[in-house]
Design a protein around this ligand. Structure first.
Ligand code: CTP
Length: 398
């Protein structure tokens, strides 16, 4: 599963299984998650903070009050930052602390302050694991909706045999992915959204482009994420903040946008081409700045790839492709032609001459045309409302 932009806090307590947590950390980072590690003092005796710092590229926090460092309410900010906290390995002592509300160290304080999902991967000797005290603490935490990943049965570091081994990193990774699986009608769907203008260089300081702001595409991506999708936003040059929970890939030229789409297209369920690629680029892009000479200047343009058209032979029946069209005349007729020529499922069309619609506004007014002949008019509204209504129409139609 792609965990891009998911924030995972790993708590490492003092058990030999901490070495497996290094591998778990690697799996999470590879899946795109933003990972931070907090260790108890005992945890650092088994694996050093440096190991986790190297794996996550983030500081590892251990002390509640590190000497010479102002940390303020770090326990609260860590608790609020994480989408999910996983304690691996969780010792009998640590489980007892959190089951009884003790806040003796930074990690137990974070757990106490957290309101997000907490997954616990116990690891201890079989006798300890089976003891009534530990079982009672686990039952207490389960009642409070803490999630547990079952221990394995097998040989222990202390040479005894029984239940108590920490689950394997792959299993913990799968469980984290399940817990982070989103709800909503687009849950489990991979969606590519393109947004914004492409730029084509004339020389190192000049380019041709268009007036697209990217706002409509960004709104489509944000709404898709809220509806549960895993969203990749391929963005031209815009002045908009990267939306939370969305993977953003920045591109400049139409060719770069095309390649970014091709790379991900096979794995996608929906493609929404809200971007305004450049239809032409200068045939020659000069290496050095063109100097002013006072005479007329000619720039010759060559066509760029039509991204949607080039996808026609690559697409499968399960994919839904949504194009956009900005027209200034014969609006519906032109849009219908694009819907058919580019073999789209839907096209969202707006009239650039209409007040409050089109480029660089916060509002829009659109018509969505479906390939089956249906259509819907969406009245003037903020682009986030328009985006939500487009998704509702597409989802209601399927
Ligand atoms: N599009 C594309 N590749 C291009 C240009 C456009 O995939 N090189 C996509 C746009 O993202 C949009 C749809 O095609 O979803 C229609 O774009 P538009 O600019 O309205 O139409 P064009 O095909 O470029 O035709 P024209 O400019 O002549 O209206």
């Amino acid at each position: 599963m792609n965990l891009t932009n998911r924030r995972i806090l790993i708590g490492v307590t003092g058990g030999i299984a901490a070495y497996k947590t290094a591998y778990l950390t690697r799996l999470l980072v590879k899946a795109g998650a933003d990972v931070r590690v907090v260790m108890t003092e005992a945890g650092t005796k088994f694996v050093t903070p440096l190991t986790f710092e190297s794996l996550t590229d983030n500081d590892v926090a251990v002390d509640m009050f590190p000497p010479g460092k102002f940390v303020g309410t770090r326990h609260i900010s860590y608790a609020e930052w994480a989408d999910l906290i996983v304690i691996a390995p969780a010792t009998a002592d640590f489980i007892a602390q959190i089951a009884n509300g003790f806040c003796q160290n930074l990690l137990s304080t974070i757990v106490c302050a957290a309101s997000k999902q907490i997954l616990i991967a116990p690891a201890m000797n079989d006798g300890m694991y089976s003891s009534p005290a530990v079982q009672k603490n686990i039952a207490t935490l389960r009642e409070q909706d803490y999630k547990f990943i079952d221990v394995g049965i097998g040989e222990m570091a202390c040479n005894s045999f029984g239940p108590g081994r920490m689950a394997e990193p792959d299993e913990i990774f799968e469980r984290i992915s399940e817990l982070l699986q989103k709800d909503g009608p687009l849950a489990g769907k991979n969606i590519i959204v393109t947004a914004g203008p492409c730029r084509e260089a004339i020389d190192p300081v000049r380019f041709i482009s268009n007036r697209s702001s990217g706002k409509m595409g960004y709104a489509i991506a944000i709404e898709a994420e809220k509806l549960g999708a895993s969203v990749t936003l391929i963005s031209g040059s815009v002045a908009l903040p990267a939306p939370d929970g969305v993977e953003v890939i920045n591109v400049e030229t139409t060719q770069e946008m095309a390649e970014a789409v091709y790379d991900r297209f096979d794995n996608s369920d929906y493609l929404v081409m809200a971007a305004a690629p450049a239809d032409y680029k200068p045939t020659i892009s000069f290496d050095q700045k063109i100097k002013k000479c006072g005479n007329k200047m000619m720039v010759e343009f060559s066509p760029t790839p039509d991204i949607l058209k080039s996808l026609i032979p690559k697409r499968n029946d399960k994919q839904t492709i949504i194009g956009f069209a900005l027209e200034t005349e014969n609006v519906i007729e032109n849009a219908n032609k694009k819907l058919i020529d580019k073999k789209l499922d839907y096209i969202v069309v707006n009239d650039a001459t209409e007040k409050g619609a089109g480029f660089d506004t916060d509002t829009n007014r659109v018509t969505v045309l479906a390939i089956n002949g249906d259509s819907i008019d969406i009245d003037l509204a903020d682009k986030d409302v328009i985006a939500r209504k487009i998704w509702e129409y597409v989802l209601g139609d399927e």
